[in-house]
Design a protein around this ligand. Sequence first.
Ligand SMILES: O=C(O)CCC(=O)C(=O)O
Ligand SMILES: [Fe+2]
Length: 310
Amino acid sequence: MASTVPVIVFSKECMEPGTKPWIRACDEIVQALEHHGCFVAEYEGFPRELRDSIFGIAKELFDLPHETKVRSPDSAHSKGYIPSYPGTPLLEGLNIDGAEKLEACEKFTALMWPSGNAHFCKTAHSYAREIAKLEKVVTRMVFECYGLRQYCDSHTESTTYLLRILKYKKPGENEGNINSVPHTDKTFLSILYQNSVRGLEVMTKDGEWVTFEPSPSSFMVMAGDACVGWSNGRIKPCYHRINVREDKLIRYSLGVFSYNTGAIEIPKELIDQDHPRQFKSFNHLDFLRFYDMSQGRTKAQCLIKAYCGV
Ligand SMILES: O=C(O)CCC(=O)C(=O)O
Ligand SMILES: [Fe+2]
């Protein structure tokens, strides 16, 4: 039988800490992350105005001339402009680092539109904040499920978010489809949202590739390498790739990636006889520098063991 990725409904009640639906969701999320490294969040409260406007601002952004897009600061770990490369001619991406903060969105908008674009700025910022809110709920549920509520606030306070906006162009006559290298993200958690053009595939525990079925309220939540390390290996990394087969339309995808700006300690509560320590404590941003220095395809693999495994 084909594998499936668990779907978890985030109703209004379920987002209220301590309610029965909350407690049930905590359990389901940890089960999903331990087995598959991912789950689909059906986020019922995702605001309609964002559903209606988010892909419009993505289009507006990529429609800007190349000379404008390259103004985006090109810093480390794929945080600047990702132009279409010869190897991946159909992919283009732009990143807003710290997009949960209004100033970061304002700065980015001013670079792209020196005469201003308030609609872009407001929409990108509201989107990043909304998904950061969802990420915080998921994170708190994971901490609570493991009995680690006392560590959650300091973790959340030192979390920052990168908003990545991606465009996969339709292939021309003699161009093949897009098929990216399977990889894990170097994040704590990644939350992906996309338009109706399928393309995201995640590997389930049975080693099968499962295609994410997009819908206006569906988000793919994936564990990144930092979450694997923090959980002492209980949570699995999520291998994923992009395989766009629908060649008639443009695929837009938005990623909200969480990173911790401080040290990540492996909670002592997650280390016992059955789960001996697998990782040393690590600094997430130093881990990203290690990723930047790693070579070629090894970068795509789950690197946390190589970085701080014991
Ligand atoms: O296009 C997507 O939906 C995902 C892109 C991705 O995996 C990444 O940016 O790490
Ligand atoms: Fe990814």
